[in-house]
Design a protein around this ligand. Structure first.
Ligand SMILES: O=C(O)CCC(=O)C(=O)O
Length: 251
């Protein structure tokens, strides 16, 4: 079983335009709030800089020559156009099947920008260990729907998955990674799939799917909205605390 679902052009060009406008408005509002207000800055062991303002965290691009946002999380409650997707049956119906849960709730929504020329790599990882540090074994029951706001191509860093990897549980992690979260690339075989798809397409996969994405070296942005769903009634990521010590109980 490949474990992922690709829904090509699930959203129309008009809907994608509306979502692009919404994400750029959220981006502008968060960046100007961060420039004007007091932020809490955290530097992760890999050197990445995270800045929290008004309940949202800006993850800055680590190597961009100027300032560029790599991601914003969470983004729920900042735009009615974005929030509407939490209950859109085009997402919830296939997501319910993927998770085997009749009724869904939000875990977190985030925005990845992969800006033209500076959008950086996401190294091989499963979402699972990060969420396990926050949600414990509930992390097994979380899956992500990526709504592509621009065409995804090999050149702009389309997602690459290891189909079937979700069946093998938490993957051995990279002993050289200072965060302790990344998958050991030595264990990745050649059976990978890079998912190229037009804007408006949606890619869904569970927390145990091993995946990465390459940098965006093209002249245009590759933006995505990521909706992470879980069975209804569980706390959202924003209500949980990250406890790195939980990593010790994973392979
Ligand atoms: O947007 C991407 O290219 C990668 C997304 C991802 O792997 C993540 O946010 O964990």
């Amino acid at each position: 079983m490949s474990g992922y679902v690709l829904l090509p052009q699930l959203f129309t060009a008009t809907e994608v335009d509306r979502l692009r406008d919404a994400v750029e408005q959220v981006h502008a509002a968060v960046v100007s709030a961060a420039e004007a207000g007091e932020t809490t800055v955290t530097v992760w062991p890999d050197g990445h800089r995270l800045e929290e303002i008004d309940g949202t965290t800006i993850h800055w691009e680590p190597d961009a020559p100027g300032k560029a946002v790599r991601s914003l999380s969470p983004v729920t409650g900042m735009s009615a156009v974005i929030d509407a997707l939490w209950t859109d049956p085009r997402l919830t119906t296939p997501m319910s099947s993927l998770l085997g849960a009749p009724s869904l709730g939000p875990f977190v929504a985030k925005l990845n920008f992969k800006r033209a020329g500076v959008g950086s790599e996401f190294a091989w990882h499963q979402d699972f260990p990060y969420w396990y540090c926050c949600a414990g074994s509930s992390a097994y029951d979380i899956a992500t729907a990526i709504v592509m706001l621009d065409d995804n191509t090999v050149a702009n860093g389309a997602m690459t998955l290891v189909p079937g990897s979700q069946l093998n549980g938490p993957a051995p992690r990279d002993p050289r990674d200072p965060t302790g979260l990344l998958v050991d690339p030595a264990g990745i075989g050649s059976a990978t799939v890079t998912v190229e798809a037009p804007a408006g397409s949606v890619l869904m996969f569970p927390s145990l799917m091993v995946h990465r994405s390459a940098p965006n070296r093209t002249a245009t942005d590759r933006r995505s909205l990521l909706f992470c769903f879980q069975p209804a009634g569980r706390p959202e990521l924003s209500a949980l605390t990250y406890d790195a010590e939980r990593l010790a109980s994973l392979p």
